[in-house]
Design a protein around this ligand. Structure first.
Ligand SMILES: Cc1cc2nc3c(=O)[nH]c(=O)nc-3n(C[C@H](O)[C@H](O)[C@H](O)COP(=O)(O)O)c2cc1C
Length: 297
């Protein structure tokens, strides 16, 4: 029996984003600098692509086109699951890519993919820990491969296994943030993975707690329903280092390939710059929590 879903996590996340209000600060304002540095590399924008997959079905060579468009916009790229050749095609564009690997039950396969990401010149590597289970009381199976939950010990082993920064995607609780830190993880993506659980807490609602728990020790990436520069601004104000945008950039990719992705990121970044200008924030470091209020209406 399929249970009737309640309001989807996407809708809740969108409503929460829209409930956050922004102060205006004009005196001493300047044209802002949107650049962002992470893992020793500087990008023109904190807007990254989300860890997407299967894009080759939407546009010829879609994975590489996504990376190329982002690279042209000076943006960081996340990659989701996919063949090794897809990742090689992405890094060959010159893009800085963070490769997110599925929590395959075949743990050797995870290790092989990590080694491949290192050889392909990825900037960082990680796992989306929120994709172990299906809704039928079993482990999810993707493209014939079974998933399995990651333990703290295994995460710590993978951190030691690779020379790259190791990132966990799908952190949506203070508990997991603490376990990641204890395991030596060097970055987290605060995300519910477009609603893997209904009524999941919106990433921006839990972000301040994760910021408190992690104390600036690792970069915090955020995704889910971020569409505009204003959305990104709110995430940065609440403590994100950078933000990923998935489906809106996919739509741009389908329309125009790399050029569409580039234009999409540039549009969002321009909107972010406008919001920064209107809030007297000269650069990302000055976007602080006091600018954003929770509206109740
Ligand atoms: C077509 C598609 C494929 C995705 N593939 C992956 C994946 O392989 N690995 C992963 O961690 N997340 C994957 N995601 C989830 C995204 O990284 C992201 O968490 C989610 O889409 C929320 O961002 P958005 O609201 O901006 O789309 C995928 C999402 C979409 C729409």
């Amino acid at each position: 029996m399929h249970m009737t879903r309640t309001v989807s996590s996407d809708a809740i996340t969108r409503a929460y984003l829209d409930s956050l209000l922004v102060e205006m600060r004009h005196i001493d304002a300047v044209r802002p600098d949107t650049s962002m540095t992470v893992y020793g590399r500087t990008f023109s924008t904190p807007v990254a692509t989300a860890a997407l997959s299967h894009l080759n079905g939407h546009y010829p060579d879609g994975m590489a086109q996504m990376a190329l468009g982002a690279h042209q916009a000076g943006a960081l790229v996340f990659s989701g699951m996919g063949a090794n050749e897809e990742l090689t095609g992405m890094t060959a564009t010159g893009a800085s890519v963070i490769k997110i690997i599925k929590p395959y039950a075949d743990r050797q396969s995870i290790r092989n993919r990590i080694r491949h990401a290192e050889d392909a010149g990825a900037l960082a590597v990680g796992i989306d820990i929120d994709h172990a289970f299906n809704r039928q009381h079993g482990y999810d199976v993707i493209e014939g491969m079974s998933m399995y939950p990651m333990s703290s010990t295994e995460i710590a082993e993978l951190v030691r296994f690779t020379s790259l920064p190791f990132v966990i995607k799908g952190v949506l609780s203070r508990q997991d943030a603490r376990k990641c830190l204890d395991a030596g993880v060097q970055g987290m993506v605060v995300s519910h993975h477009n609603g893997r659980l209904d009524c999941a807490v919106p990433p921006l609602m839990i972000l301040p707690e994760i910021v408190e728990e992690t104390q600036g020790k690792v970069p915090l990436f955020v995704d889910c329903s971020l569409q505009t520069g204003l959305d990104v601004f709110k995430a940065l104000a609440l403590g994100a280092t950078a933000c990923s945008v998935g489906r809106p950039l996919m739509a741009r990719l389908k329309e125009k390939g790399a050029q569409g992705v580039r234009e999409g990121i540039e549009d969002i970044t321009r909107d972010l710059a406008y919001t920064m200008a209107m809030t007297c924030t000269p650069d990302l470091a000055h976007i602080d929590r006091s600018i954003v209020r929770e509206g109740r209406f």
